[in-house]
Design a protein around this ligand. Structure first.
Ligand code: ATR
Length: 298
């Protein structure tokens, strides 16, 4: 009694205008290689600050081969969770103690929550895709997905949930597209595999509601194949999972006056869902979106 009441843990994130990290600060972060260019630290730290939460989000550069050690260190260091990015998402699924049904279906973990010393793996990319596409009526439609890697699998899970009836997967390595076909095709959700050249086949684009680019083609100077966009319906939407740069995929779609979307909304919503899982708080979406948009422009 009479002792000076200590401030609540979640107070005074800023002291004389500077953000402080103290003994009580809770830590989450992102595990990947590279992580230097990730916008997630900016987005999450803006959200923590906006809600006055004494939390911090830090980048953890983790080389291939060091993931097991890094994940074991999370509970040992008192770290409460982490996002997982390239090249570790698939390996993370094998290394967590428990994984959600969605993460198992995608075959990848992008978010880890530490619960009582155990690692729980989730895939919030599916939520990100779902939210990014919430304005596009997809039920019963056909969709063209370009690429057949981990990002394509997250898109397929979201498309299945959205009751899409047909998906054409076009990929450079046909065998990988076929493997997605085997994994996902079922009555009412037909998945067909094609080589990448299918993107320039007017028949493949003639009835699609949506085209999603899940590849990184064009980022490193490779040229993106010409697409038969003119054959697509006028209201067809072109969605690139890459964000913050104008890609050859989106350039072609813009030129043909089709609606385009980059990956910013997906990044935002996968992050918001991770934030909710870690903190149990409703994510401040607008704050996170503003932080991302400012960083993309910088
Ligand atoms: P992610 O988890 O991000 O999807 P990934 O599993 O490595 O990463 O998949 C990358 C996708 O981009 C694959 O579909 C890949 O095609 P392949 O299966 O043929 O490798 C595609 N991709 C990457 N570089 C490409 C290129 N230069 N031309 C065509 N496709 C490319």
């Amino acid at each position: 009694m009479g002792a000076k009441k200590s401030p609540p843990v979640e107070a005074n994130r800023r002291v004389r205008g500077r953000l402080v990290v103290r003994g009580s600060t809770r830590v989450v972060g992102i595990i990947g290689d590279p992580v230097q260019h990730s916008l997630s630290p900016l987005m999450h730290n803006a959200a923590f600050e906006a809600l006055g939460l004494d939390w911090v989000y830090v980048p953890f550069p983790v080389k291939q081969g060091a993931l097991r050690q890094a994940l074991r260190a999370l509970p040992a260091l008192g770290i409460l969770g982490a996002n997982v990015t390239v090249p570790h998402k698939e390996a993370a699924l094998r290394l967590v103690d428990e994984a959600s049904q969605v993460a198992r279906k995608v075959g990848a973990v992008n978010t880890i929550v530490v619960r009582s010393g155990r690692l729980y793996g989730e895939n919030t990319d599916v939520h990100g895709v779902r939210q990014a596409l919430r304005g596009v009526a997809l039920q019963g439609s056909s969709v063209l997905v370009i690429g057949a890697g981990g990002a394509a699998r997250a898109v397929l899970v979201a498309l299945e949930e959205a009751a899409v009836s047909q998906v054409i997967v076009a990929n450079r390595t046909l065998a990988r597209a076929r493997s997605l076909q085997r994994r996902f095709s079922k009555p009412g959700f037909r998945v067909e595999a094609f080589p990448l050249t299918a993107v320039n086949d007017p028949q493949c684009l003639s009835r699609v509601r949506l085209v999603v680019n899940t590849t990184s083609v064009g980022l490193h100077g490779e040229s993106f194949p010409t697409m038969a966009i003119k054959a697509s319906p006028l209201d067809c939407v072109f969605f690139d999972l890459l964000y913050g740069r104008s890609t050859e995929f989106l350039r072609q779609a813009r030129q043909a006056r089709r609606e385009v979307m980059d990956g910013t909304e997906m990044l935002l919503h996968q992050g918001a869902e991770a934030f909710r899982l870690w903190t149990g708080r409703r994510p401040p979406i607008e704050v996170m979106r503003t932080a991302l948009q400012a960083a993309s422009k910088a």
